[in-house]
Design a protein around this ligand. Structure first.
Ligand code: AMP
Length: 217
């Protein structure tokens, strides 16, 4: 039976970093909706063209577009055993569709992992964040600096600052999160899927808390 882990938390909470680590550990594909959109943007596909303006304004891409994209992705063979979903669902409508899709696939949600971080911390983190051009590896000026400034430790590609990590857009993205995505925390808590992790710790401490809580079930 395919199993799905859902990462919840604000932009800058560390979802992507923790999702990558978890997916390596439990050997499930890491599916990041933001990474898929950025890949389409880079390749200038039809989907990329549809998503571009929403993304650059720090808005959510409309549900119908996002849901169709994730549905297609989860039907691919590398997701046959399930996936770690990072950045999806982000609205109640997306959560409902995901439930239907997982039922169609005869799967189940294992856990929804909420990484909790205060708003002030998010702003600091996002404005110091850098990403590599080739694979989207993430760095931070203070918390996780690359060995050579401007160069990815892992694949040697150039680091850049995402357009939507610029100061004006960051505040807006956090507000969009609070309005549209934060209600999902209660949604999954009510269904007994939620585990909550203090995201204000080091990357390693967050990972070990997360694994410990998953073990407890
Ligand atoms: P992220 O890398 O997860 O911060 O996503 C970057 C941007 O992609 C977001 O600000 C949205 O514009 C778009 N995006 C990613 N995931 C979703 C989603 N589940 N629903 C709508 N828009 C999304």
């Amino acid at each position: 039976m395919p199993v799905y882990y859902l990462m919840l938390g604000a932009p800058g909470a560390g979802k992507g970093t923790q999702a990558k680590r978890l997916s390596d550990k439990i050997k499930l594909s890491h599916i990041s909706s933001g990474d898929i959109f950025r890949d389409h943007l880079k390749r200038d596909t039809e989907l990329g063209k549809l998503a571009r303006d929403f993304m650059s304004r720090g808005e959510l891409v409309p549900d119908d577009i996002t849901i169709a994209m994730i549905r297609e992705r989860l039907l691919q063979s590398d997701c046959a055993d399930g996936a770690v979903l990072d950045g999806f669902p982000r609205t109640p409508a997306q959560a409902k569709h995901l439930e239907t899709l997982i039922a169609e696939l005869n799967g189940r949600v294992a856990k929804a992992i909420y990484i909790r971080v205060a708003k002030e911390t998010l702003i600091k983190r996002l404005s110091g964040r850098w990403m590599c051009r080739l694979h989207g590896h993430v760095y931070h000026d203070i918390h996780n600096p690359p060995k050579t400034p401007g160069v990815c430790d892992i694949d040697g590609s150039e680091l850049y600052q995402r357009d939507d990590d610029k100061a004006e857009t960051v505040a807006h993205r956090i507000n969009v999160y609070l309005e549209q995505t934060a209600p999902l925390i209660d949604y999954y808590r009510d269904r007994n899927y939620l585990i909550e992790i203090n995201g204000e710790q080091s990357i390693d401490a967050v990972s070990s808390d997360l694994l410990a809580k998953l073990k407890q079930g």
